[in-house]
Design a protein around this ligand. Structure first.
Ligand code: F6P
Length: 523
């Protein structure tokens, strides 16, 4: 299907004039004062996640135009193409099917009815691997000799499992420590190895391609350390999580769990890359995690756009990025276990949608991915919230709060929830009676996501929600959200610079790189 570029649709033009007329001066406080039903209209329950969008600079008219924009840019068709297994990652000629990793096996015949035969076939591979990986996870959990699990991977092979293991710490098996080593900087691996013994350590070498220089370097050093410290049984102490099993075998690892090229790196937490999480929370809870995400997949697939939460969040992102011109979005999880969520979402959003050409390779005249950043609350309040309240830029903020705590300490949770509510309120209402330094303009937009509890299922749903939201804004912008050619140039240049550093060769280099290289080599 040929899709119309967003800025050439009638809805885009209508949004531009809506912004010029009223949108730029829209005041959320006035909107609440004049519409008693605003909270109901701009909030909704989706699987495991309640969302309040009512504190955003949006009204019924803008929202209707945004839904039109989604329709006119073919978002639904693009979504259906993804779920039909079409090669929508066209620059790599691959389908995009991370959602299949969370499809229950029971749905197999149902799926076969509506999906092409090849998807049903992939699903059976998914479940064979999942069963094997979860059986292995259970063995490791029961193995009291293994006290330390070290995940060596980077990007999607690190951020997802790291974020999720931390988030679901309350569900973790006792007696095991989890470590995540990603950086090629040897300080990171060295600091972890210092506390380990080969006989009680399991190394998971996580790399979709099994070629990534950081992971290969760390993996090799881990193997050398293991052997140098008397370790012999590589099959027991090393496992590889990869689509490239032959490369893992060539590396000397025989225990492997595979996945497929139709799983993007930043979407791979649901595959064998999720093994650290499976070891931590166990097979049943890992299946719950997948089920939570699957519930969100079904919601995204079937809910009308008007009640489709990923779509509503994405359209708001587009409204802010392209019409208000906001350049960043901040995420503030009010739960310390979600402290790696901002880093995870940063890769998801910025590696997916940080593109300046459309699917045909044509330069886009409009903005795409915002900068995504954040820290957990309440910490952020004592660091950069000053700028959110009184700075010159408007930064839409996304709060994530959890209703029920898992601890029994008195007062803490009430205080935490009071703070998250108060921050959202303060951003909106401001303080206009005071002048100068004490003046708060207010009308600063925020979205509030609320989970009942932080469980494997709700975390799964929250992550799938964010994936589909990124999918939707990418679809409106008409870009390929599933490649990442932008990381290649740095990789190629690093190889060249590495050779030059060794030899001191600055021939043909720009003045700055040459100067720095010489400084690094000077004794
Ligand atoms: O930085 C690019 C990238 O390919 C990411 O997309 C990916 O998550 C990361 O590198 C790690 O790749 P791999 O899992 O193949 O080692």
């Amino acid at each position: 299907m040929t899709r119309t570029r967003c800025d050439r649709t009638p809805a885009w033009a209508a949004l531009e004039s809506a912004y010029q007329k009223e949108g730029h001066a829209f005041d959320v406080r006035t909107a609440f004062a004049t519409d008693a039903g605003r909270f109901e209209m701009f909030s909704q329950q989706a699987p495991h996640v309640f969302a309040d969008l009512s504190k955003n600079r949006i009204d019924a008219n803008t929202q209707a135009l945004l839904f039109e924009l989604a329709r006119q840019t073919g978002v639904e068709q693009h979504r259906d193409a993804m779920f039909a297994g079409e090669a929508i990652n066209h620059t790599e000629q691959r389908p995009v099917m991370h959602w299949l990793l969370r499809n229950p096996a029971l749905d197999h015949t149902e799926l076969a009815k509506e999906a092409p035969e090849n998807i049903a076939l992939e699903l059976s591979k998914v479940h064979t691997t999942l069963d094997a990986m979860l059986a292995y996870a259970e063995t490791v959990r029961a193995d009291v000799q293994i006290t330390d699990v070290v995940n060596i991977g980077i990007g999607g092979s690190d951020l997802g499992p790291q974020m999720a293991v931390l988030a679901l710490n309350e569900f973790a098996v006792p007696g095991k420590r989890f470590h995540f080593v990603s950086n090629v900087d040897g300080h990171e691996l060295a600091a972890v190895l210092k506390h380990l013994k080969p006989e009680s350590t399991l190394f998971l070498i996580a790399s979709k391609t099994f070629t990534t220089i950081e992971t290969m370097t760390n993996g090799l050093s881990a193997k050398r350390w293991f052997e140098a410290h008397g370790g012999t049984d590589i099959a027991r102490h090393f496992a590889a999580l990869t689509t490239n099993v032959p490369a893992a075998n060539a590396f000397g690892i025989s225990t492997t769990f595979g996945f497929w090229d139709w799983v993007g790196g930043r979407y791979s937490l649901w595959s064998a890359i999720g093994l650290p999480l499976a070891i931590s929370i166990g097979a049943d809870d890992f299946r719950e995690f997948l089920a939570g995400a699957h519930a969100m997949d079904e919601h995204f697939k079937t809910a009308p756009l008007e009640r489709n939460l990923p779509v509503r969040l994405a359209l708001l992102d587009v409204w802010y990025r392209n019409f208000h011109g906001f350049t960043s979005r901040s995420i503030a999880p009010y739960h310390s276990a979600l402290r790696r969520l901002p880093a995870y979402l940063q890769q998801l959003e910025m590696e997916s949608n940080g593109k300046r050409v459309d699917a045909k390779g044509e330069t886009l005249p409009f903005a795409t991915s915002p900068v995504l950043w954040g820290e957990p609350g309440t910490n952020g309040q004592h660091a950069y919230f000053q700028m959110l309240h009184q700075g010159t830029d408007v930064v839409p903020l996304e709060f994530v709060a959890v209703k029920k705590p898992m601890h029994t300490l008195e007062n803490h949770h009430e205080l935490l929830l009071a703070n998250v509510l108060a921050q959202a309120q303060a951003l909106m209402v401001g303080k206009e009676d005071a002048g100068g330094h004490k003046h708060f303009t207010g009308n600063r937009p925020s979205t509030f996501l609320l989970l009942d509890e932080l469980t494997p299922a709700s975390l799964g749903a929250l992550i799938a929600l964010q994936e589909h939201r990124v999918f939707t804004s990418g679809a409106v912008w008409g870009i390929n959200s599933f490649d990442q050619w932008g990381v290649e140039l740095g990789k190629v240049l690093a190889r060249d610079v590495e050779a030059r550093l060794l030899k001191g060769d600055v021939n043909g280099l720009d003045g700055s790189t040459a100067g720095l290289l010489q400084k690094l080599r000077a004794s």
